[in-house]
Design a protein around this ligand. Structure first.
Ligand code: 6R9
Length: 635
C-alpha cells in the first residue's frame, strides 16, 4: 500500500492544497496504486451536486473482497486477519488467518448462492459480534448481494421496518448472542419481526448460545451443516464501480430510518485510504475498533478499512464493563493492540470508575487512540489522553457520518498537533467549508457555521434506498450545490474544526444562539458531574430557557442538590457567561441514548416542555426505561 502519507504539517498543507486543486488526479492516483481491478475506470468522477447525483471510477470493474482477502494470500496467507475476543474472557480467543478467512467466506458465498441469493438481492444480517457476522458481510459482497446489517439490539418492529424498506430476501441470524452477563434470544426477535416481513424467503441460523429455537420448516435452516458441505473456493462476482455494496440504516433521531446506500469502488477506496492514514497503520499492527459492525464505524473500521490494508482487526463480542471495568484494558494488553478506536460515551463511563482499572494493565503497545460518534468533552479527552494514551499516543478525534462512509475531519497522528475537543483539519481530498445563515461560504477563521462539503468524495452515500428525493432534500438543498452535514462547527484561528453538534442542538436564549455542547462541557468540568444534556424549553421572556439533565458521579450523590445546582450554575456562568444560566436542573441517573451513544435530545426536549404525548420513534433507544424515570422525576 502506498497511499499518500504525510510526514509533517507542511506536507499536509501541500497535499491538501493539491487535492483541492486537482481532486481527480488526487483520487485517480490513490485508486490506481492501491487496489486490484478487473478493469480500470474511463473517468474518475461525474457529478451534479444540485441533483445529488454522484458517480466515481466510471465503468471500472472490481470486487471488494478480492481486495480484502484474495490479493493478500500470497504474502499474508498465514497472517491473522481477525482476532475474535469472546464476551466471556474464559472462552478462548480465535485467530483467523487470511487463508482461513478466504475459505470461510468462499464457503459462505457458495451457501448464499445455493440458497438462491443473486447479485443485487438484499440480505439482512442480524447477528451478534461473532466471526460469522464478518464472514456473512464479506460473503454478500463476494457474490454482489447487498448487505443490510441491522444491529442485533434492535427490537422486532425496528427490524421489520428495515427489512421491509429494502425488501430483503434473506435474513442471517443466530439462536442468540451474549452481552455481558446476559444472553439475548435473537431468533425469537427475528420470528416476531418476520410475521410482518413477506419478502423474506430464507433464514440462516448460526448457533452461538445454544438457546432453543423454533425452526420454521421450509424457511429456517441451521447454517453450520450447509457450510460443512460447501466447497472452500469461490469465483467472485465482477462488480461495476457503482453497483450497490450495502445499505445501512442511520440511527436518525427523527422520522423513518434512512437506508443509506453505499456503492462498491468509491467506498472501497475511501475506507482503505482513511484507515491507513488516520491510524498510521503499519504491517504488524493490531487494530481494535470497539464499535459494533451494525454501525458504519464497524463497517469501515472493523471490516473493510483494515482488511483492505491486510491488517489484523479485533472483533470484540462483549461490553466495557463485563466482567469488570478493566475489560477493554485487559483486551489491549492481551492482544497487544496498537491502535484503539472507541466512543466518548464509553470513555466517560470508564472514566467514572477507579483509575486502577486501567493502570493495572500494560498498554505500552498502543500508538494511536481514536474517538468517534459525538463531540468528546474536554474532561473525557484528557482522561483518555492521560490514562490510556499516557500522553504519548495522539488522540485522533475523528468526525464523520454514516453518509460519508469514512472519516472526513481528523488529526493525522504525529503530524497534526492535537487540541482537546477539536477534530482539527479535513483530510486531503475532503473539501470542508462553513456556511453562514445567508448561505454564503465563510472564508475567515474564528467563526461558527454550518458544516458542508463542497466537492464529492469517493466514500459518500449515493442515495437513500428507494427515496432519492429525500436524499436530495436532506443533504443537498439547504446549501445548493453542497453536501450539508447537519452539523455545526467552529473554526479556530489556525483553521482547526471543532464540531459543536447537530445544528438543531442550538437553543436561542434571549436572542443569543447557544450551542448545547460547550455548556455541557462546562457542566461536566464540575467535579461532582459525570455527564449532562442541555435542551431548550419555551420561556415567556427569554423565548427559550435552558433545562439541564445531569448525572452525578458517585462522589456527588451525597451532596445537597440545591447547593450543587447553584454551584453548577455559577460554574457555567463563569465559563460561558451569565446568559447560559440553567433555569431548571434535574438530576437523573441516565440519559436516553441511541445504541451508538448519541443522546436523543428530541425526547429530553419534549420532557422539558412538559409534553409527554408522543415521543416519536424510540426503537433506536438503548435504555427506554430511563425515559419513564426522567418523566416521573419531573412530575
Ligand atoms: C461515524 C458516526 C454521525 C453524527 C455526526 C455528528 C456526530 C460523529 C463525531 C461527531 C463530534 C466527532 N459525530 N463523530 N461529533 N465529533 N468526532 O458516528 O456516524 O452514527 O451516522 O453519526 O455523529 O453529529 O453528524 P453516525
Amino acid at each position: 500500500m502506498s497511499y499518500y502519507q504525510v510526514k509533517n504539517l507542511e506536507q499536509y498543507f501541500k497535499h491538501y492544497n493539491k487535492s483541492i486543486r486537482e481532486p481527480r488526479k488526487f483520487w485517480d492516483k490513490i485508486a490506481d496504486e492501491n487496489f486490484t481491478w478487473y478493469q480500470k475506470w474511463d473517468k474518475v468522477v461525474e457529478f451534479d451536486m444540485q441533483e445529488a447525483e454522484v458517480k466515481w471510477f466510471l465503468n471500472a470493474k472490481v470486487n471488494i473482497t478480492k481486495n480484502c482477502i484474495d490479493r493478500h494470500l500470497a504474502k499474508r496467507g498465514e497472517k491473522t486477519a481477525i482476532i475474535f475476543e469472546p464476551n466471556d474472557p474464559k472462552e478462548e480467543a480465535q485467530h483467523i488467518t487470511y487463508n482461513e478467512l478466504y475459505d470461510r467466506v468462499a464457503k459462505m458465498a457458495n451457501v448464499l448462492r445455493d440458497q438462491g441469493i443473486k447479485k443485487g438481492d438484499r440480505v439482512c444480517i442480524y447477528l451478534p459480534m461473532i466471526p460469522e457476522l464478518a464472514v456473512s458481510v464479506l460473503a454478500c459482497a463476494r457474490i454482489g448481494a447487498i448487505h443490510s446489517v441491522v444491529f442485533a439490539g434492535f427490537s422486532a418492529s425496528a427490524v421489520t421496518a428495515r427489512i421491509n424498506d429494502s425488501d430483503c430476501k434473506m435474513v442471517i441470524t443466530s439462536d442468540g448472542g451474549f452481552r455481558g452477563s446476559k444472553s439475548i434470544d435473537l431468533k425469537v426477535i427475528i420470528d416476531e419481526a418476520l410475521e410482518k416481513s413477506p419478502s423474506v424467503e430464507k433464514v440462516l441460523v448460526v448457533k452461538r448460545t445454544n438457546a432453543s429455537v423454533n425452526i420454521k420448516e421450509g424457511r429456517d435452516i441451521w447454517l453450520q451443516p450447509l457450510l460443512d458441505a460447501a466447497v472452500p473456493n469461490n469465483v467472485a462476482e465482477i462488480m461495476d464501480a457503482e453497483d450497490p455494496l450495502f445499505i445501512l440504516y442511520t440511527s436518525g433521531s427523527t422520522g423513518k430510518p434512512k437506508g443509506m446506500l453505499h456503492t462498491t469502488a468509491g467506498y472501497m477506496v475511501f475506507s482503505a485510504y482513511t484507515f491507513k492514514n488516520i491510524f498510521n497503520y503499519e504491517e504488524n499492527d493490531v487494530f481494535w475498533c470497539t464499535a459494533d459492525i451494525g454501525w458504519i464505524t464497524g463497517h469501515s473500521y472493523i471490516l473493510y478499512g483494515p482488511l483492505l490494508n491486510g491488517a489484523t482487526t479485533v472483533i470484540f463480542e462483549g461490553i466495557p464493563s463485563y466482567p469488570d471495568f478493566g475489560r477493554f484494558w485487559e483486551v489491549i494488553d492481551k492482544h497487544k493492540v496498537t491502535q484503539f478506536y472507541t466512543a466518548p460515551t464509553a470513555i466517560r463511563s470508564l472514566a467514572k470508575e477507579n483509575t486502577d482499572w486501567v493502570e493495572n494493565h500494560d498498554l505500552s503497545t498502543l500508538k494511536v487512540i481514536g474517538s468517534v460518534g459525538e463531540p468528546i468533552n474536554e474532561e473525557a479527552w484528557h482522561w483518555y489522553n492521560n490514562h490510556v494514551g499516557k500522553k504519548r499516543c495522539p488522540v485522533v478525534d475523528t468526525w464523520w457520518q454514516t453518509e460519508t462512509g469514512g472519516i472526513m475531519i481528523s488529526p493525522l497522528p504525529f503530524v497534526t498537533p492535537t487540541k482537546p475537543t477539536y477534530a482539527t483539519f479535513p483530510l486531503p481530498g475532503v473539501q470542508a467549508v462553513l456556511m453562514d445563515e445567508r448561505r454564503n461560504e465563510i472564508e475567515d477563521n474564528q467563526v461558527v457555521g454550518s458544516l458542508c462539503i463542497k466537492f464529492p468524495w469517493p466514500g459518500m452515500a449515493r442515495t437513500i434506498w428507494g427515496d432519492h428525493q429525500r436524499f436530495k432534500e436532506t443533504y443537498f438543498t439547504a446549501f445548493p450545490g453542497k453536501y450539508f452535514t447537519g452539523d455545526g462547527a467552529l473554526r479556530d484561528e489556525v483553521g482547526y474544526y471543532r464540531i459543536t453538534g447537530r445544528v438543531d442542538d442550538v437553543v436561542i436564549v434571549s436572542g443569543h444562539n447557544l450551542g448545547t455542547a460547550p455548556i455541557e462541557d462546562a457542566i461536566n468540568e464540575h467535579p461532582a458531574v459525570a455527564e449532562s444534556a442541555i435542551v431548550g424549553f419555551p420561556h415567556d421572556i427569554k423565548g427559550n430557557a435552558l433545562y439541564g439533565f445531569i448525572i452525578l458521579k458517585e462522589s456527588g450523590e451525597s451532596r445537597d442538590r440545591a447547593n450543587l445546582a447553584n454551584e453548577i450554575n455559577q460554574h457555567v456562568s463563569s465559563h460561558i457567561g451569565p446568559i447560559a444560566k440553567l433555569d431548571k436542573i434535574q438530576f437523573v441517573t441516565g440519559l436516553p441514548k441511541t445504541r451508538s451513544g448519541k443522546i436523543m435530545r428530541r425526547i429530553l426536549r419534549k420532557i422539558a416542555e412538559g409534553d409527554y404525548s408522543n415521543f416519536g420513534d424510540t426503537s433506536t433507544l438503548l435504555n427506554p426505561e430511563i425515559v419513564e424515570e426522567i418523566k416521573q422525576g419531573k412530575l
